[in-house]
Design a protein around this ligand. Structure first.
Ligand code: NAP
Length: 188
């Protein structure tokens, strides 16, 4: 009996759906946006750098763009408020916990401990009313700083707190799905 694969035709998985990628101008965010377009989604990209954003939007024929710092809660809120229609999925790749030395000034330490967690919380707050009930929020975390090591006090605290935050957001926002991808760098 032949075991050759038989090509099958399938519907694009995201046909007619809208995906927002914060930040979709580079890296994992841009690649996610490319794949969402290939699956038939309309894609809206955000990012800080207008030129990079425009280049990415042009490459994938994005539906729209918005240039702002995702850590700015006011701009983030306005962005979601100003979306004309309900959206289906939000992917958040912007920001990352900082690897900061113990000696940094207290105010910097406060930012480094809170920035990435607050970004997720603010996206959840701002996007909740705009994502349809079958939709999802997907956040990027990592595994690199889960184990204690000298120099990782702050980044490691944020990294282990992130799954707890996302699990609680999932319960609060249900039936919208809220997931965390804990990616692992191949070369740390
Ligand atoms: N790549 C990996 O192997 C890996 C592994 C584990 C976890 N991760 C995590 O996955 C996420 C994405 O990683 P990546 O490799 O795709 O990063 P990347 O290639 O550096 O891209 C990150 C993008 O986010 C934008 N960005 C950063 N801070 C932002 C902010 N406050 N507001 C808006 N945009 C912002 C950057 O653009 P501008 O600077 O121009 O704004 C850049 O376009 C990060 O959280 C990273 O820690 C990555």
């Amino acid at each position: 009996m032949s075991t050759a694969a038989i090509p099958t035709q399938r519907e694009p998985e995201l046909l007619g759906q809208t995906v927002v990628v914060i930040d979709g101008s580079a890296g994992i965010g841009l690649e996610t946006a490319r794949r969402a377009r290939a699956e038939g989604a309309r894609v809206i990209l955000t990012g800080r750098n207008r030129d990079r954003l425009d280049q990415a939007a042009c490459e994938i024929s994005a539906e729209g763009t918005a240039a702002f710092d995702a850590n700015d809660a006011t701009q983030l809120k306005s962005f979601f408020q100003d979306l004309p229609d309900l959206i289906d999925h939000v992917m958040v790749t912007a920001g990352a916990p900082h690897r900061s030395p113990l000696e940094i000034p207290p105010e910097e330490a406060r930012h480094d401990l809170t920035d990435h967690l607050l970004l997720a919380l603010n996206v959840a707050r701002s996007a909740a009313g705009k994502v349809g009930s079958a939709g999802s929020l997907i956040f990027m975390g990592g595994t690199g700083a889960r184990r204690p090591k000298p120099g990782l006090a702050i980044v490691s605290t944020v990294t282990v707190a992130f799954p707890a935050l996302i699990a609680n957001l999932a319960l609060e926002l249900a039936p919208i799905r809220v997931n965390l991808i804990a990616a692992r760098r191949l070369h740390q």
